[in-house]
Design a protein around this ligand. Structure first.
Ligand SMILES: [Zn+2]
Length: 464
C-alpha cells in the first residue's frame, strides 16, 4: 500500500511523461539493417543481469507457439520439431537479441507422454544455448495439460543457467509464469542499479490441471485467463516499484492468450477494424480467441459465452503507467499491433494507449501454415526517455522483414487518463470512494475522494 504522497508522485511523473511524449499512432518505421553484430559471445552474457548495450539499445526476439512434440509417435512429429529449430536458427542468424522470449505453447502437451513430456525443453533451447542467449517464458494453454505441468517445464528450464523464467505469485489459481525482469543501464553488474525497463510475464493458463480428474473421471479444465490475484500482484508491485525509485519505469508485458480488448478492437467495425496501413500484419483469425473464451465453470470445454473473466487483468494493464505494449500469441493467424487508446463499445475498461501486439507463429507444430518467424522489439534508452517509444518488426524464417512499426505508450485523450487515474486512485485507497471530479484546471486533473470515516482529501495530478 502506498501513501497519498507517493501515489501523487507516481501519477505526476506518469502524466508528465505522457504530456512530454509525441502524439502518434502506430506508424511505419524506417527499414532496419539486415544484419546486426552478435552481442553474446560467452556464457557470461546469459547469466549476468539484463542490461542495455553500450550503444543504448536492448532487443528482444519473441518466439511463440512452437508446439514441440506434436505427433511424437510417428515421423511427422520429429520432422516438425527439426523444422522449428531451423526456423529459430534462421531468425537468430539475422537478429541479435539480448533476451529471447518464449511466449507460450512451447510444447504440444496434449500429445505428450507423462514420462518424457518436458524433455522437449532441451530441444527448444538448443539454438539459444548455442548462442549463449538468455531466455524467459510465459506459458500457454498447451503447456498446461494432463500429462504436462508448467511447473515441470520451469524446473526443466532451470537446468540451464540461461533461463530467466520465474514464478513470483503463489497459489493454485495463479498459474506458474507470473514474474518480472528488470533491465538495467549499460555496465550495471549487480542488482542495486535502478532499472530502466521492466519486463512483465503472465500466465494465462488454460488447458487442463496436471494429472487431475473430477469424480466422473474426466480431466479438469483450467481457467484460461490471468487470475485476479495476479492482476492485483501486478498493480501493487508496479506501484511499489514506482514509489521505491521515485519514477515510472517503462515496461513491456508478455502473455500467451490475448485479452478481450484485442478482440474488441479487431471486431468493432467488422473486418475493416484492423487497417493494414495502421496495423500491418496478418488478420486471419477472425474473430480471435481471447482469455475466457469457451470456458465453462462446470469443466466442459465450451461452448460457453465469454464472461468477462479477464476484466481485472485488463484494468491492471490499462492503469499501469509506462506500459508501452503487451505481446501475445495463441491466435497463430494474427500478427498485428493495435493501440488501445479508447473505450471500445461493449467494453467496460478503457484503453490508456497501451499497444496490443501479436507475434508470429514460430513453430511447425500447432494449427496453420502462415510463414514462420519471430517478432523483434528494439528499445533505446534515448527513445524511452523522450517518447516512451519502441520499434518492432517481424523477422520471417525466409529472412524477410515485415510489419515494422513504432509504438508509443501515450494517449492524448484526457478523459481516459482521467478515468484511469481515478480508477487507480480508488484501487490504491480501497477505503475511499471517489466523490466527484473537479475537472482539468491549468493542466492539472483533480478529484475529491470521500473517506468512509475520514475527512475529505483532495487528489490532484497533472492532466494532458
Ligand atoms: Zn498455439
Amino acid at each position: 500500500m502506498m501513501t497519498t504522497n507517493m501515489t501523487l508522485t507516481v501519477v505526476r511523473t506518469t502524466l508528465l511523461l505522457a504530456a512530454l511524449a509525441a502524439v502518434s499512432v502506430s506508424q511505419p518505421a524506417p527499414p532496419l539493417p539486415v544484419k546486426s553484430p552478435k552481442r553474446c559471445r560467452s556464457l557470461d552474457c546469459a547469466t549476468k543481469p539484463l542490461t542495455f548495450g553500450l550503444d543504448g539499445t536492448f532487443q528482444l526476439s519473441i518466439f511463440e507457439d512452437l508446439h514441440f512434440g506434436e505427433n511424437a509417435w510417428d515421423f511427422r512429429g520429429p520432422e516438425k520439431d527439426r523444422k522449428s529449430v531451423r526456423a529459430m536458427d534462421r531468425v537468430l542468424d539475422r537478429e541479435s537479441p539480448d533476451l529471447v522470449v518464449l511466449n507460450g505453447d512451447l510444447i504440444a502437451g496434449e500429445n505428450a507422454f507423462l514420462e518424457n513430456s518436458t524433455v522437449y525443453v532441451d530441444q527448444i533451447v538448443a539454438p539459444l544455448l548455442r548462442r549463449h542467449l538468455p531466455w524467459a517464458s510465459a506459458y500457454g494453454n498447451h503447456d498446461h495439460e494432463f500429462n504436462l505441468s508448467a511447473a515441470a517445464i520451469l524446473e526443466r528450464e532451470r537446468k540451464w543457467p540461461n533461463s530467466r523464467t520465474g514464478s513470483m505469485v503463489a497459489g493454485r489459481e495463479a498459474g506458474v509464469s507470473n514474474y518480472f525482469l528488470p533491465v538495467y543501464p549499460p555496465g550495471c553488474s549487480q542488482d542495486g542499479c535502478v532499472p530502466e525497463l521492466i519486463l512483465w510475464f503472465f500466465d494465462s493458463r488454460g488447458g487442463w490441471y496436471f494429472q487431475e480428474r473430477n469424480p466422473a473421471g474426466r480431466r479438469r479444465a483450467q481457467p484460461n485467463w490471468v487470475d485476479a490475484t495476479v492482476a492485483t500482484w501486478f498493480r501493487q508491485t508496479s506501484a511499489a516499484m514506482a514509489a521505491r525509485f521515485g519514477r515510472t519505469i517503462p515496461s513491456l508485458a508478455f502473455v500467451h492468450i490475448p485479452t478481450n480488448a484485442s478482440r474488441a478492437l479487431q471486431t468493432v467495425n467488422g473486418r475493416a477494424s484492423v487497417n493494414p496501413n495502421l496495423q500491418p500484419g496478418t488478420n486471419d483469425d477472425y474473430p480471435l480467441a481471447q482469455q475466457g473464451r469457451d470456458w465453462c465453470s462446470d469443466g466442459r470445454n465450451g461452448p460457453c459465452a465469454y464472461g468477462g473473466q479477464d476484466v481485472p487483468f485488463m484494468q491492471a494493464l490499462a492503469s499501469t503507467p509506462g506500459l508501452i505494449a503487451v505481446f501475445s500469441g495463441h491466435d497463430h493467424g494474427n500478427t498485428w499491433c493495435y493501440k488501445w487508446d479508447r473505450r471500445v463499445p461493449g467494453m467496460s475498461v478503457a484503453g490508456n494507449g497501451v499497444n496490443l501486439c501479436f507475434g508470429q507463429h514460430s513453430g511447425y507444430g500447432g494449427y496453420g501454415n502462415w510463414p514462420r518467424g519471430a517478432r523483434q522489439v528494439r528499445l533505446s534508452r534515448e527513445k524511452l526517455r523522450t517518447s516512451l517509444e519502441v520499434d518492432t518488426w517481424i523477422r520471417l524464417e525466409s529472412g524477410t522483414v515485415v510489419g515494422s512499426v513504432s509504438l508509443n505508450a501515450t494517449t492524448h485523450n484526457p478523459d481516459i487518463n482521467h478515468a484511469n487515474h481515478i480508477a487507480m486512485a480508488s484501487e490504491n485507497f480501497p477505503s475511499l470512494n471517489v466523490q466527484r471530479f473537479h475537472g482539468i484546471d491549468g493542466g492539472y486533473i483533480s478529484a475529491t475522494l470521500l473517506g468512509a470515516s475520514r475527512e475529505l482529501s483532495d487528489l490532484t495530478c497533472p492532466g494532458t
